[in-house]
Design a protein around this ligand. Sequence first.
Ligand code: ZN
Ligand code: ZN
Length: 111
Amino acid sequence: MRFTPVFDAVGDGFKKVFTKPMMLDCGEHGKVRAAFVCSHIVATLQDGKARGLNGERQVHNLNASCDECDALIVRNNNNWSEELMKVTGVEMICENCLSRAAKLNGLEAFQ
Ligand SMILES: [Zn+2]
Ligand SMILES: [Zn+2]
């Protein structure tokens, strides 16, 4: 599922701002909170291959990226840019699916 991220471009860099939790209807888990992840986390859910999972808890929603994308974000001073959004292919998945991706990466749960 593709989505259009909401950005607050004020201040240093881009920052997602949500005034309330973003929900989605997961075919498997019903209506739950959304998580924003790079396309490789989605790939892990599909093929079960671990690609790393680096999580970030926002006020209302969760973000996660694989090791490679995380390195790109770190190199960009931890800022998401529109360019990075494109490169990492951010998608929206449900938070239960994110927990499953965390387990596939050998993590106990999403941190
Ligand atoms: Zn990635
Ligand atoms: Zn789900």
